[in-house]
Design a binder for this molecule. Structure first.
Ligand code: SF4
Ligand code: SF4
Ligand code: SF4
Length: 270
C-alpha cells in the first residue's frame, strides 16, 4: 500500500505541538566536530577510513557510518580566506520525498516528535529514497540498508536532547521544541532556512547571509515523485527491477548521474 502523504501526517495538531527540531547556527560553529564524534558514540558507528584530499574537511561527505558531517567552505577574502562550517545531515522534512517514494511499508516512518525514522529490517535497498531526497542524505550500509540521522529518536522520546546538540560546545546546534527554536532565532535577528519550506523542516538554519553562501540548496519537493509513485511503487513491491526503477526515477527527476569523487562514501564499507 502506498504510504499516506507526509504532508497529511504532519498536519495533526498534536504532532505540530510536539514537534522537536534542531537549529543550526553556522556562525557559532568552530568545526571541532564534537557533534560528529558524539553521534558516532551514541549510535555505535565505527570510524571511516579516509585519505587526505588537501582539505581539513574529513570525511568529505556523509557515509553509512557518519550521520552528521561538518562541511568546510573556504571563501577567498581580500586578505586570506574566511571559513564557513555547515552541518550536513537529514533535515527531517515535513514533506519528506523519501517517505513518499518508499515502496516498502514501514521502512521510513514519522515519529511522534516529527522526525523521519527508518527500520533497516523493512528496507529493501531500492534506493528510491536517495533519488527523492533534495539534500543527498540517504546512505546505504554493507547490506544495502538505509543509514541516516534519526534525530536521536531513542533519546528525545526519553526527554533527552540529541547527542550532537549535547556534544556541541558553542550552541551551534540547539535542540528543542521547533516553535521555540524558531522564536529564539528570529528574535536574535537571524534569517531562517527551513522554517516553512517542505511543510517545515525539523532541522533549520539560522543564517546571516543567503543560503547559497552556505552551500544550502533551495529546498524543493520533486513533483515527479507523486507522478511516479503510482507507476514505480508497484514495480518495486513486485521485485521487478527495483534498482532499475530507482535509476529511472533518478534520471527523470534529477538527470544523468555524474560520478563524483565522494560517491564511494554512499556505499557500504570503506
Ligand atoms: S532530508 Fe532527505 S532523507 Fe531526510 S527527511 Fe528530507 S527527504 Fe528524507
Ligand atoms: S540527531 Fe542524533 S543521529 Fe542525528 S546527527 Fe545528531 S546525534 Fe546523530
Ligand atoms: S560540535 Fe558544534 S562547534 Fe563543534 S563542529 Fe559540531 S556544530 Fe560545530
Amino acid at each position: 500500500m502506498p504510504n499516506a502523504s507526509t504532508k497529511d501526517k504532519m498536519s495533526g495538531t498534536d504532532l505540530v505541538k510536539q514537534r522537536k527540531g534542531l537549529m543550526i547556527t553556522p556562525d557559532l560553529c568552530i568545526a571541532c566536530r564534537g557533534c560528529q564524534t558524539a553521534c558516532k558514540q551514541w549510535n555505535k558507528l565505527p570510524g571511516d577510513k579516509t585519505t587526505n584530499t588537501g582539505t581539513h574537511e574529513n570525511p568529505p561527505n556523509l557515509t553509512p557510518n557518519l550521520y552528521n558531517q561538518i562541511h568546510f567552505i573556504e571563501k577567498p577574502m581580500d586578505v586570506g580566506i574566511e571559513w564557513l562550517f555547515v552541518r550536513r545531515a537529514c533535515m527531517h522534512c515535513g514533506e519528506a520525498g523519501c517517505m513518499d517514494i518508499c515502496p516498502a511499508p514501514g521502512a521510513l516512518f514519522r515519529t511522534k516528535e516529527g522526525a523521519v525514522g527508518f527500520d533497516k529490517e523493512k528496507c529493501i535497498g531500492c534506493k528510491l529514497c536517495a533519488a527523492a531526497c533534495p539534500f543527498d542524505v540517504p546512505r546505504y550500509d554493507e547490506n544495502d540498508k538505509i543509514s541516516k540521522c534519526t534525530l536521536c529518536s531513542d533519546r528525545i522520546s526519553n526527554g533527552l536532547s540529541t547527542a550532537c546538540a549535547k556534544g556541541c560546545p558553542t550552541g551551534a546546534i540547539k535542540f528543542g521544541n521547533r516553535d521555540d527554536l524558531i522564536g529564539k532565532a528570529t528574535t536574535a535577528g537571524y534569517n531562517l532556512y527551513g522554517e516553512t519550506a517542505l511543510a517545515g523542516m525539523g532541522v533549520m538554519f539560522a543564517l546571516k547571509e543567503e543560503p547559497a553562501e552556505y552551500d544550502l540548496p533551495k529546498p524543493q519537493y520533486n513533483a515527479s515523485i507523486a507522478l511516479w509513485d503510482t507507476l514505480i511503487r508497484p514495480l518495486t513491491v513486485l521485485g521487478l527491477g527495483a534498482v532499475a526503477a530507482g535509476a529511472l526515477l533518478h534520471y527523470i527527476t534529477i538527470g544523468p548521474k555524474e560520478v563524483e569523487p565522494d560517491d564511494e562514501s554512499k556505499k557500504g564499507g570503506e
